[in-house]
Unconditional design. Sequence first.
Length: 169
Amino acid sequence: MNSGQGTPVSASRARLAHVMQITDTNIHGNIHGGVIMKLVDEAAGACAQRHCRGGRAVTVAMDEMVLSVPVHVGDLVTAYASVNGTGKTSMEIGVRVTAERFDGSVTAPEHVASAYLVFVGIDENQRPMAVPAVIPETDEDRRRNTEADIRRQSRLDHRAAIEASRQLR
Ligand SMILES: CC(C)(COP(=O)(O)OP(=O)(O)OC[C@H]1O[C@@H](n2cnc3c(N)ncnc32)[C@H](O)[C@@H]1OP(=O)(O)O)[C@@H](O)C(=O)NCCC(=O)NCCS
């Protein structure tokens, strides 16, 4: 089903960090959710490209992005991305985002957001191509892999239901 021998989760983990700036704020003075989403998409993209061994991969969907607490100017925000699961041409990338506060209120990095994205490997004609199977290595990788399968099935069911509904129109 997948190309090659498979790629271990540890081979494609990616980390991307950014110190939040005044230009990253929304009208309320907090960091704009879209800034966090961009960082998440970029970290997931780097992870997907690594998993595809340098091949091209594009974002096809982002779901379940939860922003649990506000982020502020000066916070060092880091996105950690890893491949949770693979289909034939698609990969689910999970991203965990933390913020290290520089206002003295919290010392350890705080979990501020989580997201799941689907990337698809594409060929030179922009058409989907098979990606390596992911190889979970730790108990946490295996838990994420099992949960990715559940989300994948749910996405497929959702897509099929929408398509079926359109056929009826
Ligand atoms: C990625 C793209 C080529 C896929 O084309 P497509 O015609 O949907 O391809 P398919 O129906 O064959 O699906 C390909 C894979 O994507 C998955 N997929 C497609 N739409 C999906 C959706 N809405 N949610 C989750 N997965 C989806 C399919 O399940 C399939 O996975 P699998 O091979 O592992 O089973 C096309 O959707 C595209 O070009 N999208 C724009 C991507 C982009 O520009 N992103 C922003 C810049 S990076």
